[in-house]
Design a protein around this ligand. Structure first.
Ligand SMILES: Cc1cc2nc3c(=O)[nH]c(=O)nc-3n(C[C@H](O)[C@H](O)[C@H](O)COP(=O)(O)O)c2cc1C
Length: 326
């Protein structure tokens, strides 16, 4: 049996409560909230507190914060913890976000350019947090400044409980083929605390490759779980050498409907349907004849309309496994 933990990656705009519930149901060992602005918490922004909420049906869930001021991060951790109905299992510090709006403020992956400030933030977070603190980072700012090994070592010294490294630099953004497994392995060797590897894990083969090269304690999966929460079961079975039967089209569409209903239940029909369209599109990607029906989803405004479209997609499937290049 393979005991490698499988985590869902934090994904702003996607990995909300509904997606996390779907992933927990299909075998994710831990999920993380979307990134939460420490500054917005300090301003008392109500929407930010709603975004940070964890549902009582969830499994082990970490709450991710971003910011660049140790005092504000410490304040946010305390406020989020005190206000949370369901307490997070850990606070995760975002040191990986490459988005311009975030790094231009000194947040996210910009922290990797200033290890001293990063250390102050980690220390302040550990001191403020009633639960373990974890850190998610990239390889470094760019190819000339790969310093994740140094930051992983510093994280351990600051009392951080575990680190996750996404094997791209900030400058790489999400460019295909840029994940550097050897650099992740170097960070793993430098970290004296539990280590999670992340980047382009999509199937059993890529999971095995990441594990054997890095010896990570856990693997984190992001984009491969969009519209496919089954990916956790598939990879777990594969790593354990167990037989695995992939979900049928019917099972995938059933999951898409469940996901939509969870979103509507949690966010109300208007927002649930609006935000649910992209998830439904991910679930149905590549299914026979779904392209035209997916276009119809974009103007669907009710749950019933969305469910009807998903059922129509099911009716036009070729059960011989052929797919439409959408
Ligand atoms: C839509 C989207 C939103 C993301 N939001 C966050 C975030 O809020 N915090 C974070 O640390 N990483 C975020 N990431 C990065 C992922 O957590 C992950 O590191 C990255 O997608 C690489 O993993 P993958 O190849 O398995 O997708 C995001 C990625 C995507 C695609």
């Amino acid at each position: 049996m393979n005991l490698t933990k499988l985590y869902l990656a934090p994904m702003a705009g996607a990995a909300d409560i509904a997606m996390r519930l779907m992933c927990f149901d299909h075998g994710a060992d831990m999920c993380t909230t979307e990134m939460i602005s420490a500054a917005a918490v300090k301003y008392g922004d109500k929407k930010t507190f709603r975004l940070a909420a964890i549902d009582e049906r969830e499994g082990v869930c970490a709450l991710q914060v971003f910011g660049h001021d140790p005092g504000v991060i410490a304040y946010a951790i305390k406020a989020l913890y005190d206000n949370a109905k369901v307490k997070p299992a850990a606070f995760d510090i975002n040191m990986g976000c490459p988005v311009k709006k975030v790094v231009s403020n000194g947040d996210g992956s910009a922290l990797m350019r200033d290890p001293l400030l990063a250390a102050n933030i980690m220390e302040a977070a550990v001191k403020a947090s009633p639960v373990p603190v974890t850190v998610k980072m990239r390889l470094g700012w760019d190819r000339e400044h790969i310093n994740c090994a140094e930051l992983c070592r510093i994280a351990g010294e600051c009392g951080v409980s575990s680190v996750c490294v996404h094997g791209r630099t900030s400058r790489d953004m999400y460019a295909p083929g840029t994940v550097d497994i050897n650099a992740i392995a170097e960070a793993r060797a430098a970290a004296r605390i539990p280590f999670t590897a992340n980047g382009d894990i999509t199937d059993v083969e890529s999971a095995e490759k990441m594990l054997s090269a890095t010896g990570a304690d856990a693997l984190m999966i992001g984009r491969a779980a969009l519209g496919d929460p089954f990916v956790f079961e598939m990879i777990r079975a594969g790593l354990g050498g167990l037989p695995y039967t992939p979900p049928t089209v019917h099972e995938r569409l059933f999951a898409a409907k469940r996901h939509l209903l969870l979103m509507v239940g949690l966010k109300g029909e208007r927002t649930g349907v609006c935000e649910g369209r992209k998830h439904a599109a991910w679930y149905t990607k590549g299914m026979t004849g779904s392209a035209a029906l997916r276009r119809r989803m974009n103007s669907a405004s009710s749950t019933a309309e969305m469910i009807n479209i998903l059922e129509e997609i099911e009716k036009v499937q070729n059960y011989d496994g052929t797919t439409d290049p959408y």
